[in-house]
Design a binder for this molecule. Structure first.
Ligand SMILES: Cc1ncc(COP(=O)(O)O)c(C=O)c1O
Length: 439
């Protein structure tokens, strides 16, 4: 058997793939430069055009662009009516913006668990976390994988709750034929540079409900308030809340070009992702993220779980290091730590100074710090990114990836010996709050 690269053997992967983001197309550059030449660097009709096109792409009545996915989620939460002291149920297995925007809307985040296989919000735990103060549920279609929207929408209806979809990773993902972002009351997409429709920085809110669209304008797009229909109550908001969430048109011009490419690129990424998953299907210790029946996950990110118990007790650390040595671009999730951040820690100045420490509606910090989230804690240890985003047809590289994985899992004795010999040297893979922390 070939010696592992971690022990000085040859690497399984010789091909180089571009793993860096963002992908900026020539057309995107031309569109951005054209706007700069025209001097449309603060407002531009191109933003309205993009909004119309994006609404059509998602299949909703309204889309409203902003300067970040964070801003879009903030607008969505305000627009669905989250206000002082309202509880919003949200996973901890997500990026900080899904939670910080709840605080920005003056709500109280209540952490819930996720499903081990899908990595998405666990509807049973959502039900357990509902109180008389719950106002909304924030679902996250994490890594491009649609949540169980059937269960979530049923729960929301039963308890009269709003649903905000964080679709930051999921441009084009579908749940039973419907695009995510069109199912709950409002959706928020990120157009940040590492996403599949990059504007550099930017976001989009989507909704079918006109009042929510208008309230989102009131929250963060002051220049549009006067343009609301004469009869709209939201037109009376004068300067609105005054947040400036307006998007940068130069970025939107780039995203608009990406929107034209998104279906084609999603197809390529999905084909490549599925090819890799199928190639690894005979490896019991690796389980790619499960996709619910009838849904389309978009392979904006490629995640799975590693179970070392099915590989002679090899740790995730050693497994990932061995893969990386073979040339696999892999890493760990920074997700699942939000309930432990300083914002929710009683002694920290962030807790004391932000509204949670002062708000009479707030929960006790111990309730934030010790929520019952066993699956989240499991995923912190076992979820890993299996490959980079494969943007072009890369069969040769994919075959080498499959070979690399098989090479590593076939070398249990070598891995265990490596682990034993290096026990004191193997530092845990450094994890930040970012989604992907490469090894
Ligand atoms: C799950 C999730 N939600 C929200 C955001 C916030 O998006 P943005 O960075 O555009 O503000 C991100 C961005 O990384 C994200 O990954």
């Amino acid at each position: 058997m070939a010696k592992l690269a971690i022990n000085g053997g040859n690497r399984a992967i010789s091909e180089k793939v571009k793993t860096s983001y963002p992908v900026v197309s020539e057309k995107g550059i031309e569109a951005a430069v054209e706007l700069m030449r025209k001097g449309e660097i603060s407002t531009s009709p191109i933003v309205d055009e993009f909004e119309n096109e994006f609404a059509k792409f998602i299949g909703v009545k309204h889309a409203l662009a902003s300067n970040s996915g964070t801003s879009s989620l903030h607008q969505a939460l305000f627009a669905v009516g989250v206000s002082a002291g309202d509880e919003v149920i949200v996973p901890s297995f997500t990026f900080v913006a899904s939670v910080s925007t709840i605080l920005a809307a003056r709500g109280i985040p209540v952490f819930c668990d996720v499903d081990i296989d899908t990595h998405c919000i666990d509807p049973d735990d959502v039900e357990r976390k509902i109180t008389s103060r719950t106002r909304a549920i924030m679902v996250v279609h994490v890594w491009g994988n649609p949540c169980d929207m059937e269960r979530i929408m049923k729960i929301a209806k039963k308890h009269n709750l709003a649903v905000v979809e964080d679709c930051s990773h999921a441009h084009g993902a579908t749940w039973k034929g419907q695009k995510v972002g069109s199912i709950g009351d409002a959706g928020g997409f990120s157009l940040q540079g590492s996403k599949t429709m990059p504007a550099g920085e930017g976001g989009v809110l989507t909704t079918n409900i006109t009042d929510i669209y208008e309230r989102a304008i009131v929250c963060g797009r002051v220049e549009k308030i006067d343009l609301l229909p004469e009869g709209s109550r939201n037109r009376k908001a004068s300067m609105g809340l005054g947040f400036k969430h307006r998007p940068h048109p130069v970025g939107i011009a780039m995203a608009r070009e990406q929107l034209k490419e998104i279906d084609r690129l999603n197809d390529i990424r999905d084909k490549n992702g599925k090819y890799l998953d199928e190639g690894l299907a005979d490896i019991p210790c690796i389980k790619p993220q499960k996709v619910l029946q009838g849904c389309r996950k978009v392979y904006s990110y490629h995640w799975g779980n590693f179970d070392g118990n099915l590989l002679g007790g090899v740790s995730t650390e050693v497994f990932l290091r061995a893969l990386a040595a073979e040339g696999v671009s892999c890493g760990r999730a920074g997700y699942g730590r939000l309930h432990e951040t300083a914002l929710f820690e009683e002694g920290s100045i962030y807790y004391k100074e932000c509204c949670l420490g002062r708000c009479p509606h707030s929960r006790k910090p111990s309730e934030f710090a010790k929520p019952d989230l066993p699956n989240t804690l499991y995923l912190r240890q076992h979820a890993f990114t299996m490959s980079p985003r494969f943007e072009v047809n890369y069969e040769k590289v994919l075959d080498q990836y499959i070979e690399a994985y098989h090479k590593v899992v076939s070398a249990v004795d070598e891995l265990r010996a490596y682990e034993k010999e290096n026990a004191d040297k193997i530092a845990p893979v450094k994890v930040s709050a970012r989604s992907v922390n490469p090894v």
